[in-house]
Design a protein around this ligand. Sequence first.
Ligand SMILES: [Zn+2]
Length: 502
Amino acid sequence: MPINFIPNDPLSQAFAPLRTIDPLPERPADRAGFRFSGVQGEGEHSVGTKEFLFWQCREAALRSIETWEALNGPLKRWQGNKKTLLLRQDAGDDLNAYYDRSSLSFFHHTSGQKTTYSGASTDVVAHEAGHAFLDAIRPQLFSVNFTETGAFHEAFGDLVAILTALMDPLTRETLLAESPDLRTANYVEATAEDLSDGIRREYGASHAASKPRRALNEFVWQHPILLPHSAPPDELSSEIHSFGRVVSGCVYDTLANIFNSRPNRDEQSLLEAAQTTGRLLIGAAKIAPSESRYFRAVGRAMILVDSELNGGANHLSIRDAFAAHNIPLGSSAMLAPVSLLAGGAPSMSGRSQKISIPKSVTTDLAKRLGVASTAKFAVQSFQMAGETIAEAIHEHEVPLGGLDRRLKGVVAFAPASVLVGEVSARAAVLGGLPDVQGAADEVVQFVETLLDNDRVKYEDSNAAESGAPGRFKTHEIQSVRGKRVLTRIAFDCFGGCGCSHG
Ligand SMILES: [Zn+2]
């Protein structure tokens, strides 16, 4: 039975109006999917009803998966080998949405005459699904305490929303009518129009999330330590939703460059450019090492992935896009051998072909990083240009007690990530060694930004102590092997200033 569906955002209906469509079928039994809540009968329900909201949110979520599978193949499991995530189209009164590894959750809030439903925006649903997709392919990124890794997670959500829009033929046609070269402001690169309108009406125009985030932007990279911890929507801050716009800008510009370099700038060409860009982005997210300059790492990895997939056809499109946002790539540097280590090259062993690095090599690495010689390294691997490359990550403890009395005895981890490859059977550092002290400084800055935006949940906190009631918390203190560790519990749709619910 047909349903009513808004393909982009409730406030983009001048370009992408409500349609009556046949809903997507349930997910196949051997693929990952959703558990639904508050299930409603199928039909052409009116906007604003719970029946409409259920089918709208379900369709948006399934279309996001359809987009992901078109770019990355079958989605068999979510992070943690989970078969399903709970889809909660209305989890209560708030102006937000979040992904917390067990659900995609959306909310409603009434300001004046209007009720905003975050689950009614395909943009917002696809953004949260984007967090879940990235978490499925790169779970360790969820808890990395660098501004740029968190900001990339947010940008990835926005980019999945944009790619989901671009998989729709009618959207491509109306977009090209509005912006033939993709280089003028348009409804596809802008996301979550309706939810940000709700935030503006509730909290005012200085709230960081009171305007839609735009992937077509002129924000240039600056060291996040130099940025304010929060800022109005047109300015850059170190809050991850705000700062993520730098890298969503890089990837959107890559898409525009690829599209504009094609002989025919039509709807079919736009589909192909979106597919190419999406595959480069996903391929890069799988291999970019967890370093503090993560945007640059992603850009470099996109160029490497392009050389594998497309013979380097889009090298200039990527390079120019990142350079326009003040991120020069020097992509060949990422895998260039820098120094030899004391021992043999990483090797694949055992039935599961797991990567291993000789003990003498990690001991040598620990010495060079200035950490204890017994320091542990987590090792994973990827293939590039026919070679196996290992990423060895040591989690360096950063004490947080000096930032807030409630963080006394609490630490956050700063990853020190090293790519290790082979030169004449010897292990070699590729690209360079991380700056452990610099990484610790960036973790401190990341946590300061969390504190200033009231994002940390304390065990014994009451509303007055933890800040504004209803302020969504992304982090809490957990016990990990006898240590008290600041740990991420969720990504949400919006960050921003510490405004309180009225
Ligand atoms: Zn988000």
